[in-house]
Design a protein around this ligand. Sequence first.
Ligand code: ATP
Length: 293
Amino acid sequence: MLQLFLPLGSLGIVYRQVKYTLADMDMVFRLLETPQEVRDAPNATELQVTQGEIRFEHVDFGYQAERQILRGVSFSVPAGTKLAVVGHSGAGKSTLSRLIYRFYDVTGGRVLIDGQDIAHVSQASLRKAIGIVPQDTVLFNDTIRYNLQYGNAQATQAEIERAADMAQIRRFIESLPDGWETVVGERGLKLSGGEKQRVAIARAILKQPPILIFDEATSSLDSATEQAIQQTLHEVAGRHTTLMIAHRLSTIVDADRILVLDKGQVVEQGTHAELLALHGQYFAMWELQLHES
Ligand code: ATP
């Protein structure tokens, strides 16, 4: 009997270890927001960013095989310019940003950065080149200093403070009883949507990547906070190649180019003035938002 119990007992320990390991892995993947099926190609090269041009060529994509989300999407963002993507809810705007960061692989066509297909480069080299400010930023259960420094592990305290200043979150951090050492995240201090977004902006400032992606939060921030965030984004974007996913058209009138997505297809492209003159879908959205405000 003893012999029978011993192996079963050790099996219990093994089971618990496997379970904890799986739970940790799950946490890691959730934090990285990385679906586990995206893998580096065996002969993946390092992405060489020379200019920072982004190009979509006839891209098709669906989260599930039976439901296509993007259909034949083609556009380019020349190096150092700002492209805004607009369209109704569910059109596929955030999906575009997830494909550039390669959270998912395209099912047709190609996404290129400086002429290199991102499916053929290492994910680490791709992600080093991109700063992303998502709608809802994931924070680590760690100090706010760690959460900011995550953008650039080598950043000095002076650089962190400057980034926090630009992202308009330094005063808030320094007003907390534990200041920079305050633990945030699920098990720490919960930050508001606007505060989390400013942490993400500060991370992007510290990272200084050639490509920036901003996914404007749908949840309404108060207008003073929103204006402050917009102003910061404008300064941070500077001469980086920027893709801005926008819900409020007033925030992107100055974009070099605006792309209108509808049901996963590009239906209009141009500057704000060109699109208004078309009297099409952008014009209709603009009129609607004017009357809403
Ligand atoms: P919004 O303006 O509301 O943020 P969006 O234009 O950014 O919308 P996406 O988030 O790109 O739209 O979503 C496009 C479609 O893909 C939606 O129909 C959505 O339900 C679906 N979708 C998004 N994420 C997933 C996912 N992880 N799994 C399955 N379907 C998804």
